[in-house]
Write a protein that binds this ligand. Structure first.
Ligand code: VAH
Length: 277
């Protein structure tokens, strides 16, 4: 729809993206197209194209048209050789998923274009981001699916072990961190890639909080291939540099996340007969 709020374009269509940038006088580019960790392992060639060729397209466009560009990275950009508790901003990165490999590549490409061409590249490494929208193929998405299954069926089969600790963040904190980072004066930025987080929890800790809203909730645990991915990731994320340099501070803890997620899912997907209004 050319004149509506949304214009569809394939991230691999450089000319199509260029047309949108020129015709709509784009000045900031927020890039979220990617295959996430679990789904990327099921289709590596597509993940390479979307996550790597796609990010080349947007970084090159940002350079050509002097755009401020945001590219998200992830806790998945670290691997089993990285310190896990906590994981600092700068440490070894040898991820074991094509998603993580593509995100390390994006980080390094963006930093190169910043230093070589002065590109205003900005990148946040997000933890698992929890919103009421249905899961999108991420390893952390058990923490989304459980709300839909618990509120609809009173039960959930978890694909991670109950004690699998992962960094997480509610969607409102994610969006605010992006906005605050993108509007931060560049003089405050000591680096172009920052860790951000809000909390870390395990499935059993989440179930304990959710059971207060769904007392009859029954959860079973059947770890699958996503357990190996989770076991290679940070357990606790150190975001002290974001807090020091541009005053990052989360507002939602686990209690608040569960309260808002129960309300969001109940209103938008249970009462809303299965689809968001
Ligand atoms: C995933 N939710 O699980 C995404 C995220 C923290 C990981 O990038 O793949």
């Amino acid at each position: 729809m050319e004149n509506g709020p949304y214009i569809f374009c394939d991230i691999l269509d450089f000319k199509g993206l260029q047309k949108i940038v020129v015709n709509h006088r784009v000045d900031w580019l927020i890039h979220f197209s990617a295959l996430l960790s679990a789904i990327g392992e099921q289709n590596v060639p597509l993940a390479v194209r979307v996550n790597i060729e796609g990010v080349h397209n947007v970084i090159e466009l940002a350079k050509q048209y002097n755009l401020r560009i945001f590219v998200p990275s992830t806790i998945g950009a670290f691997g089993p050789d990285s310190p896990r508790n906590p994981t600092p901003n700068i440490t070894i990165q040898r991820p074991k998923t094509i998603y993580g490999v593509s995100k390390v590549h994006a980080e390094l490409m963006g930093e190169y274009y910043h230093h070589k061409f002065g590109l205003d590249f900005r990148c946040l490494r997000f933890p698992g981001v929890i919103s009421s929208d249905p899961p999108g193929g991420g390893t952390t998405d058990y923490a989304v699916a459980i709300f839909h299954d618990a509120l609809r069926h009173g039960k959930y089969q978890c694909y991670l072990k109950p004690d699998t600790r992962l960094p997480m963040m509610y969607i409102e904190d994610c969006l605010r961190s992006l906005l605050e980072f993108m509007t931060a004066p560049k003089e405050k930025l000591k680096r172009r890639v920052y860790n951000v987080t809000a909390m870390s929890f395990t499935p059993e800790e989440l179930v304990d909080k959710l059971s207060k809203y769904v007392p009859e909730l029954r959860v079973t645990y059947y770890p699958d291939s996503r357990q190996e991915i989770a076991d290679s990731w940070p357990q606790v994320f150190d975001d002290s540099e974001a807090r020091a340099d541009w005053n990052w501070k989360p507002k939602y803890d686990l209690d608040a996340l569960v309260d808002f997620m129960v309300k969001d899912v109940q209103e938008n997907y249970i009462n809303g007969n299965g689809k968001k209004k």
